[in-house]
Design a protein around this ligand. Structure first.
Ligand code: ADP
Length: 471
């Protein structure tokens, strides 16, 4: 606004001065004509012209000087010099300033100096029709040069233009100040309006951090705040989920760990209650107790594996591993278990695969899948393991001819301690942690795992892992 008003004021000032100068030029031209007609240059006693000169000087708050062609001042409204000879008020004063010289040479000039404008204009006779004797003399003096008989020098004040511009500047300054004040007030009010929803969001977040997960943020505001509130609500949902799964995990762990101990206690108590029990009974109960201890041990080991896998990927020990060899090794280890139930283990490899993986974690993940495929299979069934790769990933597929997983629980099988058939799982020594361990290990490799299954027909797990580890 300041720049704009400056430009406008400057333009206005320039324009007003131009108009004033052109007005003055017109007045001077008219005055020149009158001077010529009244022959004032040679007869400065003409009172009409004198009065007009005086009035004009007063009107413009300036000074009018008439100079003849010999640079002699014929009339000066300032009457600086006392009258000596010639003109009653100018005596023998000469004005040989630059402006007068160029005006007498026929070139008018106008200059703005401070708050004054200075015009120098030639006084020209109209052709040579004028036949006064004096005029003839002058014509002779200026032989053939021109019909310029003198010059008018006008210095006029343009203070009024300046004061108008100053008034304009003052007004625009006031307007600018007013606008700034309004903008400040508006900004203060509007920033308050903008910040208000955020205050409410942070209040809600404070409540939630104090532990009340029931609260959700409901805000009517502008889109950004609504989006933010939605994101925060999503985050709260996630935190709530995590919290409940944590609580569930803790209670599951205690329950799972307590079950074998309870069995051990029951077995031991019943032995103690029987006085003089036969050695065979002791042996039988002791072997049951050992089984329970083994189970407790397995749960603890699986839990430890899971806890390790829950940590950050900084724990990864990445090396270049031949996946074909890794799978062959797992199968070699599991073949004896499969053969006890006459389950056929088939390995199909479409190409040799070398990938950057954590060998221990990947072995654990794939072993769990193949173990499950054997565990949840029918006698004389089959398990097919296939390995393939493209330029980015390698794919391991573990299919079996087993019992399958009901469709409605397929989403849950990767949860910790989740077992479809608790009795069967327990029978086979399952802890419900195997698939969680597998999924965590695959996710740590930035891979993915999917399950396709049909009850009583079989199950297929597909695993996709990047060939190069992405940290
Ligand atoms: P578990 O120690 O009980 O085997 P997992 O986490 O490995 O626990 O598996 C979770 C559940 O998913 C198992 O209890 C089982 O019911 C089901 N499951 C896993 N793999 C298979 C499979 N190949 N065929 C059928 N059911 C399976």
């Amino acid at each position: 606004m300041s720049i704009f008003s400056n430009i406008i004021c400057n333009r206005y000032e320039q324009k007003a001065i131009d108009v004033r100068v052109s007005n003055l030029q017109r007045r001077i031209t008219q005055l020149g004509d009158k001077i010529v007609t009244s022959n004032f240059i040679f007869d400065e006693d003409n009172q009409t012209i004198r009065t007009e000169l005086q009035l004009m000087a007063e009107q413009y708050d300036g000074r009018l000087v008439i100079v003849n062609s010999n640079y002699k001042v014929r009339s000066d409204t300032y009457k600086i010099e006392p009258a000596k000879s010639g003109s009653p008020e100018t005596g023998n004063v000469y004005n040989i300033s630059e402006e007068v010289i160029s005006a007498l040479a026929g070139t008018p000039s106008s200059n703005v100096v401070g708050d004054m404008v200075q015009l120098a204009y030639p006084i020209q006779t109209a052709a040579s029709t004028d036949s006064t004797a004096a005029n003839k003399n002058t014509m002779k003096d200026n032989q053939g040069k021109s019909n310029i008989v003198g010059a008018i020098l006008l210095t006029a004040s343009i203070r009024d233009v300046e004061s108008t511009v100053n008034a304009m500047e003052e007004k625009t300054f006031l307007i600018i100040m007013l606008v700034i004040l309004l903008v400040c007030l508006f900004s203060a009010w509007y920033s308050n309006v903008l910040v208000k929803p955020f205050k409410r969001v942070s209040q809600s977040i404070d409540h939630i951090s104090e532990g009340s997960f029931e609260e959700r943020i409901t805000i009517d505001g502008y889109t950004e705040v609504i989006n933010m509130a939605e994101s925060v609500n999503k985050m709260i949902n996630r935190v709530e989920q995590l919290e409940s799964s944590r609580q569930e995990f803790v209670s599951n762990v205690s329950h799972e760990l307590k079950t074998p101990i309870t069995s051990i206690k029951v077995l031991a108590d019943s032995l103690l209650a029987q006085e003089g029990a036969p050695a065979e009974l002791y042996r039988e109960f002791m072997s049951d107790i050992t089984e329970e201890i083994e189970r407790e041990n397995k749960i603890i080991n699986d839990l430890l594996s899971l806890v390790k896998l829950d940590k950050t990927s900084g724990e990864m020990n990445i090396t270049s591993v031949n996946i074909n060899e890794l799978l062959e090794l797992i199968l070699k280890r599991l073949r004896p278990i499969a053969s006890t139930r006459n389950i056929e283990l088939i390995f199909e490899s479409f190409r040799p695969v070398i990938a950057e993986v954590d060998e221990v974690k990947l072995t654990l993940a794939i072993s769990n899948l193949i173990e499950n495929a054997i565990k949840y299979n029918f006698d004389d069934g089959w398990v097919r393991i296939s390995l393939n790769a493209d330029h980015k990933f390698f794919y391991v597929k573990v299919s079996d001819s087993g019992v399958g997983i009901p469709e409605d629980v397929q989403d849950h099988i990767f949860e910790r301690f989740y077992r479809v058939d608790k009795a069967r799982s327990r029978e086979t020594g399952g802890t419900g942690l195997g698939l969680s361990i597998t999924r965590n290990a695959i996710l740590m490799h930035r891979g993915a795992i999917k399950v396709y299954s049909k009850e009583k027909e079989g199950t297929t797990f597909t695993v996709r892992v990047p060939l190069n580890y992405i940290a």
